[in-house]
Design a protein around this ligand. Structure first.
Ligand code: GUN
Length: 304
């Protein structure tokens, strides 16, 4: 039986450690603060941002939720970022993506002070990551490393294959794995004979954004599968393609009318040595690492 890597438990452990450090800082009169910017009411990402704000409250981190109207302009958003860059009570700035089409996300993310860029998206932090200097790394890739390390899964010398080359997950995940001395291969939509490469993976990171993309014949038996995908499926035919015979999933699907499948086909998990489930694998780490980055930013900015 493959081992299930419990992201909820690992995230809880990291949050406990962050809360502990936040208490230590409080004794020195320092309180880390996060500004969460969510453009527009009723956006699909509202729930994600609320969870981030709630995590701050749980850990003793100050948070300020800012919700500009969805008619906001790039200039107005730049003014907001400039004000947040200047605020001493704010250590981290998170601008939830995606943004409305009239807002130039690139210009905006580049305007965030690198020292407050807790998403790790700023080119300066991307550069620090490439150079192997400790700075603020993107949360989901950092969470992948935490899952592997805290589960005692060896990384050094292993062949890690990352499928997906996004700036937010694939590329930074590959760099972090490289810094842990993995042998890293990055694959993407133009890769020839993808399965021949994924079958060599001791650690396979699936960050493609396509439901069930990694099928059993693409997996080396005993590999560790890290599934970053969050794909909602809401029709019966699709459900059966992934979960036929899974009575527990079926009950949840019938009740809610939808369920989530990752980028790894559930049948492929059966071959794994260990895997992160969806939901409850990588997802919870993203918020935990955001909290860790906010704490880190607060300390770095004060030279602690
Ligand atoms: N939208 C989806 N994932 C993320 C993330 O990690 N950070 C931000 N800011 N927006 C997102």
């Amino acid at each position: 039986m493959p081992r299930i890597l419990d992201g909820v438990a690992i995230a809880a452990e990291i949050k406990r450690e962050v809360a502990e450090e936040v208490r230590t800082l409080a004794a020195q009169g320092v309180r880390p603060g996060l500004a969460a910017v969510l453009v527009g009411k009723g956006a699909a990402s509202e729930i994600y941002v609320r969870n981030k704000v709630q995590a701050c409250a749980d850990l003793g981190i100050y948070s300020d939720l800012i919700t500009p109207l969805d008619t906001v302009t790039t200039e107005e958003m730049l003014d907001l970022v400039a004000a947040l860059n200047d605020r001493d009570d704010i250590d981290g700035i998170l601008i939830q993506l995606p943004l409305p089409h009239q807002v130039d996300a690139k210009v905006l993310l580049d305007a965030i002070a690198p020292s407050k860029d807790v998403d790790g998206f700023h080119p300066v932090n991307a550069g620090h990551l490439l150079a192997g200097r400790p700075a603020l790394a993107p949360c989901t890739p950092a969470g992948i490393i935490e899952i592997l390390k805290r589960s005692g899964i060896p990384i050094a010398g292993q062949h890690a294959v990352v499928v997906g080359r996004s700036d937010i997950v694939g590329k930074p995940a590959a760099l972090l794995l490289l810094h842990q001395n993995a042998t890293v291969t990055i694959c993407h939509s133009k890769t020839h004979d993808l399965g021949a490469i994924t079958r060599q993976a001791d650690i396979l990171v699936a960050a493609i954004g396509r439901p069930g993309f990694i099928t059993p014949e693409m997996v080396k038996p005993g590999a560790t599968l890290i599934d970053v995908g969050i794909n909602r499926i809401n029709n019966r035919e699709e459900f059966d393609r992934y979960f036929a015979g899974n009575t527990k999933r079926e009950a949840a699907f019938v009740k809610r009318g939808s369920t989530i499948v990752g980028d790894v086909h559930p049948k492929a998990f059966e071959l794994a040595g260990a895997y992160t489930p969806v939901p409850g694998g990588v997802g919870p780490l993203t918020i935990a690492m955001l909290m860790a980055n906010t704490l880190r930013a607060a300390k770095l900015r004060r030279g602690l």
